[in-house]
Design a protein. Structure first.
Length: 215
């Protein structure tokens, strides 16, 4: 399968790229700078420079011929304006471009607590609202969508164990395990048209995702 990874050079994105390549997929990565693109090309990853802060009609080209998208892109700022610019409007522009390009499947990395920002500390609520607006647009896009909402992320070694559900305890999750959840969700029907929270520990990833049908 040909898969576009938004934010392919990021801490989570590069793990998603590596896992997709290990599964035999063709990966097309979007990055913000030429230097990031050079790093991905050394892994035989096709690249495109995409600035979510300044969407253009050429966005569509980043998704052409891809069957699916894994979105790991996000602003690193807790600033409300930046969150609205990238986590909301930038992602919405990318979703619309993917629809125009004929993409069928989209797996979205969101954030724990976005469905109810009151569960979050105040400094994260603007970001959560921006992400929720993008998640909602994705849900009405006509794409076969999945929204994954992880808690605090770590660089710890993966355990292969997670807990998922509409709402779960916050906890933490390794980036490697998060990447595995995003990649495994791509072709797991239990995650289709589904938003869920995920945290570390519990059940093997495939079993945990399969349990999403038990609702």
């Amino acid at each position: 399968m040909r898969i576009t990874v938004l934010g392919a050079a990021g801490a989570t994105g590069r793990r998603v790229v590596e896992q997709l390549l290990a599964h035999g997929h063709t990966v097309h990565g979007t990055v913000r700078t030429a230097a990031q693109a050079d790093g991905l090309r050394r892994k035989d990853v096709e690249t495109a420079i995409v600035d979510l802060a300044a969407p253009t009609p050429s966005f569509v080209d980043a998704f052409r011929e891809s069957e699916a998208v894994v979105n790991t892109a996000a602003t690193r700022s807790m600033n409300k304006r930046e969150a609205e610019l990238i986590d909301h409007h930038g992602i919405v522009a990318a979703v619309d471009a993917a629809v125009t390009a004929g993409v069928k499947r989209w797996v979205q990395l969101s954030m724990w607590g976005t469905a109810d920002p009151s569960r979050l500390p105040g400094y994260l609520r603007d970001t959560a609202r921006a992400k929720l607006a993008a998640d909602d647009r994705l849900g009405h896009s006509g794409l076969n969508w999945t929204v994954v909402r992880p808690p605090w992320l770590t660089d710890n070694a993966p355990t292969g164990l997670v807990t998922v559900g509409d709402e779960v305890e916050e906890g933490s999750l390794s980036r490697d395990d998060l990447a595995a959840v995003l990649v495994t969700a791509l072709d797991n029907p239990a995650t289709f048209h589904r938003a869920f929270e995920v945290t570390g520990g519990g059940r093997p990833i495939s079993d945990a995702l399969d349990s999403l049908t038990d609702r």
